[in-house]
Ligand binder design. Structure first.
Ligand SMILES: Nc1ncnc2c1ncn2[C@@H]1O[C@H](COP(=O)(O)OP(=O)(O)O)[C@@H](O)[C@H]1O
Ligand SMILES: [Mg+2]
Length: 391
């Protein structure tokens, strides 16, 4: 199955992937409300059977994109293609897409089975005729034993499973999910994340998932599209986005990051470069392709990629640091240290291998591999960011 390819505006895409048509393609989608472009030129191809997540802060256009796909919002510009055919003018009920929202929107006077039957009923199927399909999908979401209950007699997680069953019972071509777990508490949300992923594996249906929760996006998706102000900031596989954020926005939104503003002083081949902050020099690998010596760069450095030690480490990228603040998180310590000339840095260390007992004003060494730093485009000013929370 072609799972790992999405192309944005690529001229190569149609010919090279004609053998595996995309379940859905968006071509230059724009949605304007007066002067505001809620969606501002979004193009992407979603391979059949993939789990694609639209991730972005509130107001970045996620719901508007999903509603355009569903047919409830009419794009101002652009085309939506299903299996290569334009569906802009197809009404929502003809698109055969399942939808699940944050609010369960179950019919309160109908039992679980009747709720799940509903989409088949509007398609003209009687209950005896649809009973098998209803029971099958209830079994899939592990609710067959509760089929005669009313929604009010179910927990939040169970209600959301009913909504899921109702969206799947007519075997939709696509399942669209808009923040379906955000009303649930943390533990239940984690359980349902596993279940949703499992369901996706079993069914092979294309899932398009909307969330503002980066951990949810990282743990569930084949592909993540990061949106900002109605535009795609970056897209790719979770691991690639996390390890190689292209911009300061992505580095900050997907996980936590320290940022270092430095001067590139030399590229010692494609493999390695040297950068300086004040008089202090550090190594970076690989050398950035787009900036040359003398230029200022923004470097993202993940808190968990910084090591701590009591004795001075034998590496170029090391500084003496003082602990300003620390939090214990069970599995890890989160430290805020100050280390001239870089200023404050956040460091995450696994508690069991921390090696020291953190104390305020305690001194230690910090160090990081040349590969740990990633040069990013500064789409959000790195000085204006709020500090990472959780410290
Ligand atoms: N019907 C509408 N009328 C006017 N503005 C809208 C409408 N729907 C959404 N918007 C605006 O479009 C932007 C994107 O909204 P939305 O797609 O709901 O974002 P998200 O789902 O990422 O939070 C927001 O600024 C929102 O206020
Ligand atoms: Mg939304």
């Amino acid at each position: 199955m072609e799972r790992n390819v999405i192309r944005s505006g690529s001229k190569l895409a149609p010919s090279s992937f004609s053998a595996a048509p995309h379940a859905l393609s968006l071509k230059g989608i724009v949605k304007r409300y007066g002067d505001l472009a809620a969606v501002d030129g979004v193009s992407l191809d979603i391979p059949r059977g993939s789990f694609l997540t639209l991730l972005g802060p509130s107001g970045s256009g996620k719901t508007t994109i999903l509603m355009s796909i569903a047919g409830f919002v009419r794009p101002t510009e652009g085309d939506i293609l299903l299996d290569g055919a334009r569906i802009n003018d197809l009404p929502p009920e003809k698109r055969n897409f399942g939808m699940v929202f944050q609010g369960y929107a179950l019919f309160p006077h109908m039992t679980v089975a009747e709720n799940v039957w509903f989409p088949l009923r509007v398609r003209g199927q009687s209950f005896p005729e649809s009973e098998r399909a209803v029971m099958d999908v209830l079994q899939l979401v592990q609710l067959d034993h509760l089929k005669d209950r009313l929604p009010s007699e179910l927990s939040g997680g169970q209600q959301q499973r009913v909504a899921l069953a109702r969206a799947l019972v007519f075997k939709p071509d696509l399942l669209l999910l808009d923040e379906p777990l955000s009303a649930l508490d943390k533990k239940l949300r984690a359980d349902l994340q596993w279940e949703l992923k499992d369901l996706h594996e079993k069914l092979g249906t294309t899932f398009i998932y909307v969330t503002h929760d980066q951990e949810e996006a990282l743990s569930m998706s084949d592909e993540i599209v990061i949106l900002r102000d109605g535009k795609i900031e970056q897209m790719g596989k979770p691991g690639d986005l996390y390890e190689k954020p292209a911009t300061s926005f992505v580095a900050d939104f997907l996980g936590k990051s320290n940022f270092i503003r430095a001067r590139l002083i030399a590229s010692t081949g494609p493999d390695q470069a040297t950068y300086a902050v004040g008089e202090q020099e550090f190594n970076l690998r690989p050398a950035p392709a787009t900036v040359g010596p003398g230029e200022t760069v923004a470097i993202a450095l993940r808190p968990e990629k910084i090591d701590i030690s009591v004795t001075e480490p034998e590496t170029t990228n090391r500084l003496k640091a003082t602990i300003r603040q620390f939090n214990y998180h069970g599995t890890s310590f989160h430290l805020r240290v100050s280390a001239a000339p870089l200023g404050d840095l956040f460091v995450t260390v696994q508690a069991w291998r921390c090696g020291i007992t953190p104390s305020i004003n305690g001194e230690l060494w910090i160090s990081w591999e040349p590969e740990a730093g990633v040069v990013v485009r500064e789409t959000v000013a790195i000085d204006d960011r709020p500090s990472p929370d959780g410290v």
